[in-house]
Design a protein around this ligand. Sequence first.
Ligand code: PEP
Ligand code: MG
Length: 568
Amino acid sequence: MDLKGTGASAGIGIGRVVIVEEPTLDYVSRTVEDTAAETERLNAAIASYIDYTNGQAETMRETVGEKEAEILTGHIVMISDPYMQGEMVKLVEGGMCAEDALVQICEMFATMFEATGDELTMQRATDVRDVKTGVLAELMNKRPVDMGTLPLESIVVTHDLTPSMTAGIRPGAVAGVITETGGLTSHSAILARAMEIPAVLSVPGVCHKLADGDLVVVDGSAGTVVIDPAEDVLEQARADQAAFAAERAELAKFIGCRTTTASGENLELFANIGKPDDATQAMERDAEGIGLFRTEFLFMDSPTAPTEDEQFEAYKKVALICKNKPVIIRTLDIGGDKDVPYLGLDKEDNPFMGFRAIRYCLAREDLYRAQLRALLRASAFGEIRIMVPLVTCVDELTAVKDLIKRYMQEFDQEGIAYNPDIQVGVMIETPAAAVIADLLAEEADFFSIGTNDLTGYTMCADRGNDKVRYLYSTYNPAVLRSIRRVIEAGNEAGIMVGMCGEAAADPTLVPMWIAFGLGEYSVSATSVLATRKTISLWTKEEACEVADKVMQLKTASEVYEVLQESAR
Ligand code: PEP
Ligand code: MG
């Protein structure tokens, strides 16, 4: 029997299960007479907890990093809050024992954080409970589990991997982690990724399904756990593990570097996301911004259209996660293959050429207003840029800009903050937009080439239709000429030209984009470092030599062949 969960930290872990349970911290409630002595006991436990956690933070700083240590110093800040401590002392002064007072106040805060419904704030509920467990352990003279004594190659199986548990892990000792709870952005996930430990989270009942000593293979990319693997599975897992380690080591050299060609041109390397939380991983993978936030997922994941406030929270969250790095948010790109039942889109004979994306939004101003206003409000919290999908004529862009101006006036009257210089750009993903790129460049603040659709529309070949798949290729001279034209028009007008379709991360095509003068590449979070590496391998001159050759060719297969031969 194999298990499935959320793959939260990539890599393959092979080892024996160690079930790690938090110490039971059951205590008997009692009333106290000597409240002064009880207050002192509480204060001493808090002081001792702070001392212990400081030590853990120091270890974490040395073994993992400053950012991760801040999770623990955050716990110290939390418990040092005079209001929180004051509330506990008040309860003790009323005759409550220190344990009860601690639990009651911590739970009050945890419930308050959970009630916000905002994931980042909800994460603080886990933190406050971790603090509660830590101080309770001090009151009862029981320290939390010490992961420093685990045997090598352990696969830790636990209900939730708390930061305080993680702090004790010696680098290299834990081969994998499996938990019952926690998502991609939980602290367990963030810490597992920072420590490069393969992790599969949210596996229901895993603490009962596995037993100490079980041999397992944890695949932190696929989110799977193989129990008692056969010899051939084990062999394959070892090979995958070695390949993964080699690739990781190679790509690690590119963390923290600028994205630069071998001849020194600086380029921008962003990431594509579908949900606000994905921004965390994008930043961890060292993306320099978000080049495409596909907002339709916010609409698809909800039973009714998300309100202006809900959207504002989502966009603000991305802005805050990205800390003033550029965040390009595409307005609703609905229709075609993306249906949202409650929007009541009619069935059309040809939905890809029908009433969709910006065409639909401009006709549904009620809906679009909420999105544009949410984006403007969120622009006060970071470098948010607005991108309009499926543009085919200048009027569409001017209509959006007019709406934005109108909503800015509304905000001026309402006294609501926004960025008055917010950039408004267009996705170039239709042949029409490519042909009038020079005209659009006069009105747009930036371009982002959507090669997924531009390829399909240019070749008149649906990306989902197997029978015409042989035509659906960005290597076609028609598509390459179109892309070159767009990049040149944008560069001539002095606006940023990016690319957010899959072709931006295709290592064989990267020299073409360098040669054409593409300024920004937006790829999936997992491709960021690989793309930075590919870019670093080409000088502009070498890329231009390849492009000159390729642009003489007549067929997609010839292009493919030459690019494969020159690939680095
Ligand atoms: C594109 O068309 O290239 C693109 C990035 O948008 P989507 O894949 O969401 O249509
Ligand atoms: Mg598209």
